[in-house]
Write a protein that binds this ligand. Structure first.
Ligand code: ATP
Length: 215
């Protein structure tokens, strides 16, 4: 698979967030998306996931046959999308049955994230870092070539950051693609960096309402 982004532009609430973003990510490659708070990193990932319409430019994928781009990617965002009342194993089983490989084992995914002991605990009982690791374990029960990771190390301790770096390395070694929005090194040091520079603040008086976002 190859992802090709050309001249991408975004507006939210009428305000330009970014424009002119172009990059490609191919088999086995990684891209670190960096930039200041509010620069548009999460927005870019949301757009790549097909959940936000670009204001200009294009996003296309090669080498995915009849599949659509959203069918070829996995998003790990700020919200983990886990159901608190279900156990870690049930959450992963649900994700696997909905999206994933029937042969994938939730227990094996939890073991890969160092969490076999929480398999039968409701996710609502887990710590923030444990919840994040369960969310990351979903990557292993729904195998998809493109991983879109938004601050994936949030709440992870150093050991878990190392595990995540290993997962990304393994995924890329199998031809997978990783795009990660981050403020810190992720073990993706050999990846290219896309730095999003903030757009200038609005200057016209009729944009004053939207300019509140800049305060
Ligand atoms: N639903 C929305 N409607 C309008 N504006 C939004 C919406 N979501 C985000 N924005 C704005 O888009 C801009 C980019 O936000 P985004 O979350 O992409 O930044 P970021 O680079 O990921 O920031 P951070 O490093 O703080 O996570 C911000 O100014 C934000 O206020």
């Amino acid at each position: 698979m190859r992802l090709i982004v050309e001249n991408l532009a975004c507006r939210r609430s009428g305000r330009r967030i970014f424009s002119g973003l172009s990059f490609t990510v191919g088999r086995g490659e990684g891209l670190m998306v960096t930039g200041r708070n509010g620069a548009g990193k999460s927005t870019l990932l949301t757009m790549l996931a097909g959940r936000l319409k670009p204001d200009g430019g294009s996003i296309r994928a090669e080498g995915i046959g009849e599949a659509s781009l959203p069918e070829c990617l996995h998003v790990i965002g700020h919200r983990d999308g886990l159901k608190s009342a279900l156990t870690a194993e049930e959450n992963l089983g649900f994700a696997r049955d909905l999206l994933g490989n029937p042969a994938a084992h939730p227990k094996a995914a939890l073991e890969a994230l160092g969490l076999p002991h929480v398999a039968r605990l409701p996710v609502g009982y887990l710590s923030a870092g444990q919840r994040r690791r369960v969310a990351l374990a979903r990557l292993l029960v729904c195998r998809r070539p493109l991983w879109l990771l938004d601050e994936p190390t949030a709440a992870l301790d150093l050991a878990s950051q190392g595990v995540l770096a290993g997962l990304m390395k393994h995924h890329r070694s199998e031809g997978g693609l990783v795009i990660a929005a981050t403020h810190q090194a992720l073990g993706l040091e050999d990846a290219r960096e896309l730095r999003i520079e903030p757009s200038p603040p609005p200057s016209r008086p009729d944009e004053a309402l939207q300019a509140e976002e800049w305060l």
